[in-house]
Design a protein around this ligand. Sequence first.
Ligand code: NAD
Ligand code: LMR
Length: 332
Amino acid sequence: MAKEPVRVLVTGAAGQIGYALVPMIARGVMLGADQPVILHMLDIPPAAEALNGVKMELVDAAFPLLKGVVATTDVVEACAGVNIAVMVGGFPRKEGMERKDVMSKNVAIYKSQASALEKYAAANCKVLVVANPANTNALILKEFAPSISEKNITCLTRLDHNRALGQISERLNVPVSDVKNVIIWGNHSSTQYPDVNHATVKTLAGDKPVRELVNDDAWLDAEFITTVQQRGAAIIKARKLSSALSAASSACDHIRDWVLGTPEGTWVSMGVYSDGSYNVPAGLVYSFPVTCCNGEWTIVQGLAINEFSRKKLDATAEELSEEKALAYSCLS
Ligand code: NAD
Ligand code: LMR
């Protein structure tokens, strides 16, 4: 029997990530090749015409899984009955703007969209925040949507996770699908900590530690980390635009693994509400290694954290605490 369609909201759908993301969702990349979807696309009035153009293209592409498209600038209509919400919309930093100015615009957006999701989304709606500052936007959304379970509000660090897999794959000249269990700890920013201490590569002789195969701790502890931390900036420098296809693809990976589960023995990185695991302050949205099963994520426990890693976990937590304080100061 055919499955009921799932309603997927994409905010900022007329933007660059939106343009890459909506066809992926309509093709089944996010929820599977047998899962019909209804797309809800939200943008702001100045982008309404462009948004309508995206809707026209979705119709023209005749995606078999796509059972409907709502394209709107009305947040209530956009949120009505959605099962999954991918929050890409936000205010970009413009010339001459301070970090606090951008933060204040975005926390206001996430506060008001939190209320709309709380009131109008389907029960148990899963939320993924992509727009920067992603962790702190997700935290604001969580705080202003108290009836949505904290388990259902996450932010995207899967792009950073995939970037780390990509770097190891290139360095070792192995297929990226043979590399697993890297970790992104902390903020989706340049303080994030890409950690390979538990990562492995599939070989004919079984899974081998990345550290053993790379055999160059100096590279792993310095250049590898900064390359992943700075990759977003490197893409902006090269494209004059921020990453879009990789961000959209990683957003699909995030939701797919959350809904359909992670493979046995594999974890992924997700920005989730900290419960104090690994001595990360509770009450921050922080990227952890997680496994997913039956639509729920669980933080992987018991990984050894050496002194080098500890400092990096703490530094990115510190930045998130500062962002949280800044966000609250913008709201008051
Ligand atoms: P973009 O500027 O091309 O698109 C953003 C869209 O959001 C625009 O169409 C804009 O009109 C819309 N928008 C603005 N305010 C809105 C609101 N209140 N409601 C709904 N829509 C609104 O930007 P982009 O390149 O698509 O990037 C989107 C966001 O994702 C940025 O914040 C970017 O920094 C972030 N990003 C995050 C990651 C990640 O890994 N977490 C990766 C790449 C980009
Ligand atoms: C990215 O990681 O590509 C985005 O968050 C853009 C940025 O500012 O780094």
